[in-house]
Design a protein around this ligand. Structure first.
Ligand SMILES: [Zn+2]
Length: 74
């Protein structure tokens, strides 16, 4: 089961979270930026994202995720 560590609540199941957006600087390629925004295409590698702890503290948290494994990094 995928889990995200909340700095306020601790390690919590992914089911408690709502995805926000990718916070990394946009790709210089217009085509890649379009895919990320509208097709939600993940480029392989580590991205920084905003997630909302909807069923917890109801705060936004910045996390890093490896898109090749979907593992959340601390
Ligand atoms: Zn929380």
């Amino acid at each position: 089961m995928l889990r995200i560590t909340c700095p306020h609540c601790g390690v919590r199941s992914l089911t408690e979270w709502v995805y926000g957006e990718i916070l990394d600087p946009p790709d210089s390629s217009t085509e890649l930026a379009f895919d990320r925004a509208f097709n939600h295409t993940n480029s392989p590698g580590v991205v920084t994202e905003a997630w909302f702890h909807a069923y917890g503290c109801r705060r936004w948290v910045t996390v890093r995720r490896d898109t090749t494994t979907d593992i959340f990094l601390s």
